[in-house]
Design a protein around this ligand. Structure first.
Ligand code: ATP
Ligand code: MG
Ligand code: MG
Length: 406
């Protein structure tokens, strides 16, 4: 994809390398989950200082962050206090206090991406309105305020109908499918009722789900990672294949849509663009995350510059790195919590044990304080000479006795 330039004051120039290393600016990250942890890992290679704000004393990032402030990233006073300690403020989760970020920006705090971007993205309905105004292809959608409205949407879009919470959605928690008009009220109840703020989307019978990580530097240069295929199970990301096995034309179309979507948002950083590929070769945007993303975890092993390093480079105004793959293929498998508490660890540990014996496999364990069903606990990436080979390796890892196959 093309790069454009529009020089920003704080951007990095060849001649003004800081005396003491790559950057002396402290990067403040709202959130200290696994994405924050992997940002800290990338930062440590360049001795970049990353501070995280997270309410959990033992959050995944806390052990390796330069500093960890214990507190809520959704509390105004706490975020303001945190911002005072950082040179640039960024996020690893979009469910943060956008109003405070806006206020901080007015006071001169450097937020990347911009608070306006966080505000748009954190409300999935507002996000859809924004992208449709920018001419990005999307599934049809409509706000619903009561059961009558939901029925009207069902008449218009047909069934199954996807109901979604506008806010605080992740890993499919916030989605409910109504297969018929009779199921509408139970789907609404499952999402906590109309007061939570709901909308519907026309069901998209996609042939594949794709994703593109797009990085934007502070000089507005844009750089896109190869298109990947994401495979979801019960609304939650399960496997990522890089690169996606799609024709050249679809790859170009997916990259163009992702580029256009990110161009409509403000600020530096990496953005993940989730897409649907339909039977007739259309690309529709599902949603955008304004941060590193599960679909980009493979980049740690398979690309010259990982999405985490790229995010740091972007927010600090350093030149963007090379997003291309240095291995022909990679496959990522999420380790999800199987059960609450100790029993849930059993399968994950079995898989880790096997992965350690697989050539080209890398194990990531997030060290979350608590195991919960369907919670992302870690992931395994297998990089290798072809998709056929890495797929076969993953299959053998999953197939041995005691575990289900994918
Ligand atoms: P994330 O963890 O990616 O933030 P989320 O909770 O925001 O997930 P979505 O991305 O909206 O949820 O949806 C999760 C999954 O549900 C999608 O990846 C896709 O598999 C399925 N899905 C979502 N919207 C639709 C739709 N309109 N038609 C068909 N399937 C859909
Ligand atoms: Mg989402
Ligand atoms: Mg999603």
């Amino acid at each position: 994809c093309q790069a454009s330039t529009d020089t920003h004051d704080t951007s990095f120039r060849k001649d003004d390398l800081p005396v003491h290393g790559v950057s002396e600016v402290i990067v403040g990250v709202l959130g200290g989950g696994q994405l924050g942890r992997m940002l800290c890992q990338a930062a440590s290679e360049m001795a970049i200082k990353v501070m995280v704000l997270d309410p959990l004393t033992n959050c995944p990032a806390s052990a390796i962050a330069y500093d960890h402030m214990v507190g809520s990233f959704d509390d105004s006073a706490t975020v303001q206090e945190f911002a005072k300690r950082c040179g640039v403020l960024t996020v690893e989760i979009e469910h943060v206090d956008a109003a405070t970020m806006e206020k901080l920006e007015q006071q001169g705090v450097d937020c990347q991406p911009k608070a306006s971007t966080i505000r748009i993205i954190q409300d999935k309905y507002l996000q859809k309105v924004h992208f449709s105004r920018h001419g990005i292809p999307l599934p049809d959608f409509m706000q619903i305020d009561d059961l009558e409205g939901a029925k009207r949407a069902g008449d218009l879009f047909g069934y199954p109908l996807m109901l979604k919470s506008k806010r605080l959605a992740y890993d499919g928690r916030g989605n409910a499918v109504a297969k018929s008009e009779e199921e509408l009220s139970s789907a609404v109840n499952a999402l906590g009722g109309f007061d939570r703020g709901l909308y519907v989307e026309k069901w998209t019978p996609f042939v594949k789900e794709l994703a593109v990580i797009v990085a934007r530097g502070r000089d507005n240069s844009i750089s896109c990672y190869p298109v990947v295929e994401t495979i979801h199970k019960e609304n939650i990301c399960h496997v990522v294949k890089a690169p996606a096995d799609i024709p050249w034309k679809i790859r170009k179309l997916a990259t163009d849509v992702a580029h256009k979507a990110v161009s409509s948002l403000e600020g530096a950083g990496v953005f993940a663009v989730e897409l649907f590929l339909t039977k007739d070769g259309q690309i529709l945007l599902n949603e955008v995350a304004p941060r590193p993303h599960n679909s980009g975890h493979h980049t740690i092993e398979s690309c010259y510059t990982s999405q985490f390093e790229q995010h740091l480079r972007a927010v600090l105004g350093l030149p963007l790195g090379d997003p291309s793959m240095k291995t022909p293929a990679a496959i990522m498998y999420n380790l999800l919590g199987e059960d609450e508490g100790e029993p849930g660890f059993h399968l994950a540990h079995q898989l880790i044990g096997r992965a350690l014996n697989i050539q080209g496999a890398s194990v990531h364990w997030y060290d979350k304080p608590e195991m919960r069903k369907q919670r992302k606990m870690g992931h395994i990436t297998i990089a290798g000479p072809s998709m056929g080979i890495v797929e076969a390796q993953l299959k053998s890892m999953l197939k041995e006795e005691g575990s289900e196959s994918q």
